[in-house]
Design a protein around this ligand. Sequence first.
Ligand SMILES: C[S@@+](CC[C@H](N)C(=O)[O-])C[C@H]1O[C@@H](n2cnc3c(N)ncnc32)[C@H](O)[C@@H]1O
Length: 193
Amino acid sequence: MSGLAPRPSIITQHSSLITFCAGLLFFFIPQTPIPAPQPDVHPDVHFAATPQAVADAMLALAHVTPADVVYDLGSGDGRIVILAAQKYGARGVGVEIVHELVERSRLIAREGEVADRVTFVEGNAFDVDISKATVVTLWMTASFNARIEPKLRRELKPGTRIVAHQFPIGDWPPEQTRTVDGEEIFLWTVPPR
Ligand SMILES: C[S@@+](CC[C@H](N)C(=O)[O-])C[C@H]1O[C@@H](n2cnc3c(N)ncnc32)[C@H](O)[C@@H]1O
């Protein structure tokens, strides 16, 4: 053994160089922008997507036709109103509080060639005028549905159909109930005033 300090092996030298270059790259390459958090946005329920077969059954239960305007309150990735336009020829409006989901819905609508028939409104379902709807769809929570019931009864025209996935609306008895792939859906019609 000589008294000299051991020289770094060729592998150690290379890995130091690689780490140095990677550091430089990280520093100089522009990073993917992280979406800014939305202040004061508090979804009543987090996003989950209604399975496509259940979404289709909801639209079929409401007998959606090209004459309809389908509003989905809390529209997530937009799938219900996009399907309403693509398969049933309806017009659709999605109301969604999360900006990123609104952007995603608009992109999917463009790719699905129905951007001329569907609109996505970024906002709170409680604040949006829903009086033009002829069909309303919901997949929220039992407490959300109970809280939005007065708005549904006040703003929707008599004869407007409401279809909810999984949860009832307060004590309002549904006219029809179906089970699709193990998931319950309910239908109501807004009564004459
Ligand atoms: C369970 S997901 C349902 C998505 C879609 N309707 C479906 O069935 O596939 C509920 C959606 O409602 C949105 N949301 C929650 N509270 C809301 C509110 N007060 N106004 C508008 N959207 C809301 C959430 O961001 C989420 O995307």
